[in-house]
Write a protein that binds this ligand. Structure first.
Ligand SMILES: Cc1cc2nc3c(=O)[nH]c(=O)nc-3n(C[C@H](O)[C@H](O)[C@H](O)COP(=O)(O)OP(=O)(O)OC[C@H]3O[C@@H](n4cnc5c(N)ncnc54)[C@H](O)[C@@H]3O)c2cc1C
Length: 512
């Protein structure tokens, strides 16, 4: 059953085994797993319920539906643009469907350096295999590669960089290029068409337009969750309340909203790590003008990925290069108009050349901790574009410019507020060295948040234990990337779902 806000006219009381806040990769996969094992599950999702018939492939309509901040939310100091889901299925409805397993080196790092238990390769490998089967994950073949992706492959091969086909969660993909606006063909294997229907078929219930607000504690036990039904157009409470009593409560509200929700419950005092150690893969975007049509908004966003620089390289303590995944970028014309530098005639000049505009993006594996806080009741996201993050961002700008010029771009645009343009390989270093990384001088994006409710043994330095249970509580759990000790160094969706499978196992045994 999926019930939308407008269908709820009076207060509702629900009772179940497991109540889950959020219906993204973390919440939906957990919900399906538990419902299929016979548990009664209720999912609360504050966003709207949209399906293929709503996805009209118009940016102006869709961003407001599938992007939590309508493409306009930013970190506190305006350094980074925040992108996340706010709809049934969460960010997976908006995502690119790149589906990497957490690399072995990262899982080892988490075990050896952060002391993680119960989430090693031996445990996760069968979960990855199951998820890949459930989401039809396969390597992007040549038919998936638009011109920009072909160029990324060619350029990387010329430069001797390791480049590989990107695993994709898709079935019968139409290669339309509207992935980020919600898939009108139900081909992209978001939670909307995979684990959520399975959860519903197994008897699970989902309330859309329903914001979880308050946990009612009795000692260390949560005895109820209070939520408000929202009016979708305004995002404000429409009147009715939903009260859920459950044996177990799981926060799976995503990397931005999970720490926020837990902070709102007043847990920071007992759990100082709450909201700390936040990461978001700040992403540098570089544009390029070619003499041939690129049409970057056709076919899937990422068919080829440059893996050469996934791990940062150091010479002793000195950073040398890397610490990011590099891919072709994809924007539609409306978003491009917002992120391209310039104003007036210079901007217009670029817009007239849009078909020939390509670009690259790199997800920075955060080297500096960010933070999520509440200030005057508002969520604030702090992302430091300094120290190790700044070094990695600059290096990523350099490598993207090099790749794009190597593939025949006539002009590379760093996308900064000064509209720095480069036409020769030998000018790259000089130009990138002086790019102003201070807030609001660039457009960096943050699509992969996590870390704000870190997993660990010690309540002084972590928020949840290895069983995903919030320290000091009997029945409150977290199942999303907030628990990761660091970013996974690849796009995170498979890592999130695999961790949720582990959480499902521990919750199942806790329920007896
Ligand atoms: C444009 C874009 C492209 C991406 N591409 C990829 C990709 O190719 N591959 C990949 O692996 N990852 C990708 N990602 C990242 C990936 O989509 C997310 O990391 C993942 O979907 C997050 O899942 P989640 O369950 O943690 O959170 P979310 O998907 O954010 O789900 C959390 C849900 O909780 C809801 N919620 C929040 N607070 C409350 C509350 N108080 N009450 C009720 N509900 C609440 C939210 O509305 C949301 O729907 C992309 C992200 C974006 C934005």
């Amino acid at each position: 059953m999926i019930r939308q806000g407008r269908e709820v006219q009076a207060d509702v009381t629900e009772s179940c085994d497991v109540c889950i806040i959020g219906s993204g990769c973390g919440g939906a996969s957990l919900a399906a797993r538990l419902a299929e094992r016979g548990r009664s599950v209720v999912v609360l999702e504050q966003g709207g319920y949209y399906t293929r018939t709503d996805f009209d492939q118009r940016e102006t309509n869709m961003l407001a539906k599938v992007d939590g901040g309508r493409g306009l939310d930013t970190s506190k100091d305006l350094s980074v643009s925040l992108t996340y889901g706010n709809n049934v299925g969460g960010a997976s409805v908006h995502y690119w469907a790149d589906s990497y397993r957490t690399p072995s080196d990262r899982l080892r790092l988490w075990e050896e350096q952060y002391g993680l238990k119960g989430h090693g390769e031996a445990v996760l490998t069968p979960h990855f295999a199951q998820i890949e089967q459930d989401l039809h994950v396969h390597l992007a073949d040549d038919t998936y590669a638009n011109r920009m992706n072909q160029l990324v492959r060619e350029g990387a091969e010329k430069l001797g960089w390791h480049v590989a086909r990107v695993p994709q969660a898709r079935k019968d993909c139409a290669r339309s290029g509207y992935c980020m606006l919600g898939c009108a063909y139900d081909a992209k294997q978001s939670q909307l068409v995979t684990y959520l229907p399975r959860m519903v078929n197994a008897g699970g219930r989902l309330y859309a337009d329903c914001r979880a607000e308050r946990l009612v504690f009795e000692g260390s036990r949560v005895k109820a969750l209070e939520a408000s039904v929202l009016d979708r157009a305004s995002g404000q409470p429409s009147g009715p309340k939903v009260r859920v009593t459950a044996r177990v409560y799981v926060v799976a509200a995503g990397g931005f909203a999970t720490p926020e929700f837990l902070l709102r419950q007043g847990l920071k005092e007992r759990l100082p790590a709450l909201g700390e150690h936040f990461f978001c893969n700040p992403s540098a975007m570089v544009h390029a003008l070619y003499d041939e049509p690129i049409i970057q908004w056709r076919n899937i966003p990422a068919a080829w990925g440059v893996e050469e620089f996934r791990l940062a390289r150091y010479d002793g303590p000195r950073y040398v290069e890397g610490g990011y995944l590099l891919m072709a970028n994809q924007f539609h014309p409306g978003m491009l108009s917002a992120v391209l530098p310039g104003f007036g005639s210079s901007h217009r000049e670029l817009m007239t050349q849009l078909p020939n505009l390509g670009g690259a993006i790199s997800w920075i594996d955060d080297a500096e901790d960010g933070r999520i806080s509440l200030e005057n009741g508002r969520r604030r996201v702090h992302v430091p574009i300094t120290g190790g993050n700044a070094l990695r961002l600059r290096d990523a700008l350099r490598k993207q410019a090099r790749l794009l010029l190597t593939t025949g771009a006539r002009q590379v645009l760093l996308g900064d507020v000064r509209d720095t343009r480069i036409t020769r390989l030998e000018d790259i270093d000089k130009a990138v060295d002086v790019v102003d990384l201070r807030p609001a001088r660039n457009v960096f994006a943050a699509p992969h948040p996590g870390g704000g409710a870190r997993m660990g043994e010690d309540p002084k330095t972590s928020v949840v234990g290895f069983d995903h249970r919030v320290h000091g509580t009997d029945n409150l759990y977290v199942a999303d990337p907030s628990v990761f000790p660091t970013a996974p160094s690849v796009d995170p969706s498979l890592s999130i779902m695999a961790f949720s499978f582990v959480a499902a196992d521990t919750i199942q045994s806790a329920l007896g």
